[in-house]
Design a protein around this ligand. Structure first.
Ligand code: ASP
Length: 335
């Protein structure tokens, strides 16, 4: 009999209406599951629930929760066939990206899921999301961190939250779905990660100062200079299209050059959900390249943030971080 571990961190799935809106409920999640007969179906693996305290709205999740989830999985790795992480949807894509770097060479599946409607309410999408995630976690077919939501299994570090209110809340616009849960669960072997030969290891994240700056028409980039050059060790620049910034932003290349000389890493991502950054394709992006920024290629902003934490936490020298930033480490980008 397969056995999986369900790690409940918070999120809408276990929330109740409180005085100020939805908040984590009081009843232990294992008790809620025990009341729903489907969760004791013989077709499901056996399971244990580890409940975090405090339970969080995922807006409150930080580097320390990512590390805690990572440690919980590492410490229980030998006891279970797979893991399901119940998490709020708001920052689920960030957590999935972070865990893909924290848990390297995964020998077992880590499936993150949640819901848009609490499990205790009518029309909740939570039950189906958990049931399929449990089956996938016990399938022995997945060796990576994924998000399962609304019938789709997605690579965690390619996923983004697409909708604040649709039940189909996630997608991975730059990478195919890993599986579809229809009448049966259909895995796409050709896009799933193969089991790594290398040993499993965990890399905790250090809380480095990292920032994201979204370029917009009319941005006064000079106002951001002290932040980019002095306060942050890593910056993700969310640029237009293939990595373009406004021509009038002549200060920007100077600022990036200064940041570069300071030892900071500037990663260029795109505001477009599909396609890739290609520095130098347009004259509007070549100053970034010349000033020392690195290309985030087709990484999501969520993943670029997580990768910055990861590479800085590994303690690599700056040139190695720049080199690895453009390389595929765990399925997060197309080189
Ligand atoms: N605010 C909630 C959270 O991210 C939203 C959700 O779970 O759907 O925790």
């Amino acid at each position: 009999m397969k056995r999986i571990c369900i790690i409940y961190t918070g999120g809408t799935i276990g929330m109740e209406r409180g005085e100020n809106g939805y908040e984590p409920g009081k009843e232990p999640f294992a008790d809620i599951m025990a009341r729903i007969s489907d969760f004791s179906s013989p077709e499901l693996p056996e399971y244990d629930v580890i409940e975090f305290s405090p339970l969080l709205d995922s807006s409150d999740v930080t580097v320390s929760e990512w590390n805690l989830i990572g440690r919980t999985i590492r410490d229980n790795m030998d006891e279970y066939d797979g893991f399901v992480v119940l998490h709020g949807t708001d920052t689920m894509a960030y957590t999935a990206s972070a865990l893909s770097f924290i848990l390297r060479n995964l020998p077992k599946p880590v499936i993150i899921t949640g819901s848009q409607i609490p499990l205790c309410e009518i029309r909740s999408d939570g039950k189906d999301n958990i049931l399929a995630s449990m089956m996938i976690a016990a399938s022995g077919k997945v060796f990576e961190v994924c998000i399962f939501f609304a019938g789709k299994l997605l690579r965690g570090n390619r996923s983004i939250k697409m909708s604040a209110d649709s039940l189909i809340a996630f997608d991975s616009p730059n990478y195919p779905k890993l599986a579809d849960a229809g009448i049966g669960i259909r895995y796409r072997e050709n896009v799933l990660m193969k089991k790594s030969e290398a040993p499993f290891k965990m890399q905790e994240f250090v809380e480095e100062p990292i920032g994201v700056i979204k370029i917009f028409p009319g941005i006064r980039i000079d106002l951001f200079e002290p932040i980019i050059t002095q306060k942050l060790r890593g910056v993700v620049l969310e640029t237009f299209g293939a990595g373009n910034v406004p021509n009038y932003c002549t200060e920007l290349s100077g600022i990036i050059k200064k940041a570069y000389e300071h030892g900071n890493i500037v990663v260029v991502c795109s505001q477009c959900p599909t396609g890739t950054v290609s520095l130098g394709h347009y004259a509007a992006s070549s100053p970034l390249k010349k000033a020392g920024a690195v290309s985030g290629k087709n990484m999501t902003t969520e993943t670029a943030v997580a990768k910055l934490y990861y590479l800085l936490s590994c303690g690599y020298p700056k040139d190695k971080i720049e080199e690895l930033m453009e390389k595929d480490l765990c399925g997060e980008l197309d080189e």
